[in-house]
Design a protein around this ligand. Structure first.
Ligand code: SAH
Ligand code: SF4
Length: 399
């Protein structure tokens, strides 16, 4: 493998809000177990007890969904008071919820600084998937993606990422009751990091949040029920395998560098060949079965039979499933969705080559909750992509 390349400098512009505000209590949500241990000790917990206290507090927060210290009944009252003085247990605030005719729920979650991100819950027969955001907006500018036209960007903290799961569990009323038998059929059973943002440009926070979601004494989601989708941040792919170990999806979307450069501009930095080399290693490193190749179907852009054949040829040797996503249009989008016949013909070629090629059914279209349509409402109302690009070209002084 070639030497690791530096991450695109654009990440240096991304601001992460510190977990601890200069004044005031520390939010326990999003701290790793080790960080929570340090925090409890710093607040005066005797070192000998600290590990046990972490276990207790952890279970209250992540297993039972209890966020009020006074309800943490296996802790002595003075200790609960100490916790309340030094800490909060805060998650994003749900500011709105829309329910689609197909049952999909789209939430707007408000985070520190008054920013907003969208979170989408997709109920299916045998599962319920939560589409989680990792950034406010996205620094990348994939030309078919609505989020990519949003100007404002900051990384979400680990607490804001895992907090989206907690917020929706609240709404679904899905926290178990202490002592009740374990319920294996969960309304919220799967996580996809396919909301707003590029998760591998917010690596540490995404990793910490997913570790919390997987922790066996908390939310308890198996790593095989978590899928991280990346546009192709090559240097972070091996790290994701080793440090998160969840399933990987990649926004592939084109079969020549020329087209991929236009659709997924990060391709200019790490092209198809470099990306495929990193992907080849992923299943071994993460001990997972296969990679999902996401492929958005854009009329007359990337949807020919020849594209399908090239795709099959490119991914040879990689255990893969190809998820075809009919393009979801948004106001001012420069593309059209491929016809159903075209999508089926494309799927057929892939299927005959031996790969699963499911066509993703758009969900929640009536509430703009489908893939790539997310963008916070305030931004959406104000700006078009052309406007944003023009502003950026003029020095980007904003509105
Ligand atoms: N930034 C990450 C994850 C978020 S996007 C990534 O790019 O992978 C989740 C998926 O939706 C990606 O495959 C993305 O390419 C796709 N997508 C974006 N805009 C879309 C649109 N308008 N229609 C259909 N899929 C879209
Ligand atoms: Fe960002 Fe993913 Fe949208 Fe590209 S497709 S702009 S990486 S959110």
């Amino acid at each position: 493998m070639s030497a690791p390349q530096p991450i695109a400098p654009i990440t240096q512009d991304v601001l992460t809000v510190p977990r601890k505000l200069p004044e005031g209590p520390v939010n326990l949500v999003g701290l790793t177990r080790a960080a929570m241990l340090d925090a409890l000790i710093a607040a005066g917990t005797p070192e000998k007890q600290a590990k046990m206290r972490v276990n207790q507090v952890w279970q209250w927060i992540y297993q039972w969904g209890v966020r009020d210290f006074s309800a943490m009944t296996n802790l002595a009252k003075p200790y609960r008071a100490l916790l309340a003085e030094n800490f909060t247990v805060a998650i994003p605030e749900m500011v709105s919820k829309q329910v689609s005719t197909d049952g999909t729920r789209k939430y707007l979650a408000r985070i520190a600084g008054g920013h907003e991100v969208e979170v989408v819950y997709i109920p299916e027969e045998d599962r319920g998937t939560l589409c989680v955001s990792s950034q406010v907006g996205c620094t990348l500018t994939c030309s078919f993606c609505h989020t990519g036209t949003q100007k404002l960007v900051r990384n979400l903290t680990a607490g804001e990422i895992v907090g989206q799961i907690m917020m929706v569990r609240d709404d679904l009323n899905e926290w178990p009751t202490p002592g009740a038998p374990k319920d294996e059929t969960r309304l919220l059973s799967n996580i996809v990091l396919m909301g707003m943002g590029e998760p591998l440009y917010n690596f540490d926070n995404v990793r910490d949040a997913m570790k919390i979601a997987m922790d066996p004494e908390g939310i308890q989601l198996s790593r095989r029920r978590i899928t991280l989708s990346t546009s192709g941040v090559v240097p972070e792919i091996a790290r994701a395998a080793e440090e998160i170990g969840c399933l990987l999806a990649v926004s592939f979307h084109a079969t020549t560098n020329e087209t991929r450069d236009k659709l997924v501009p990060i391709n200019k930095r790490w092209n198809i060949e470099t990306l495929l080399n990193a992907l080849r290693e992923y299943p071994k490193l993460s001990n997972s079965e296969r990679i999902t190749f996401e492929y958005v179907m854009l009329k007359d852009v990337n949807d020919s039979d020849e594209d399908a054949r090239r795709l099959v040829h490119l991914i040879q040797g990689i255990p893969a499933k190809i998820n075809l996503i009919p393009f979801n249009e948004w106001p001012g989008a420069p593309y059209k969705r491929s016809s159903n016949n075209r999508i089926r013909a494309f799927a057929d070629i892939i299927y005959k080559a031996g790969y699963a090629s499911p066509i993703r059914t758009p969900r929640g279209e009536d509430i703009m909750a489908a893939c790539g349509q997310l963008k916070s409402a305030t931004e959406r109302a104000r700006k078009s992509k052309a406007q944003i690009e023009a502003e950026a070209g003029l020095g980007g002084s904003g509105n």
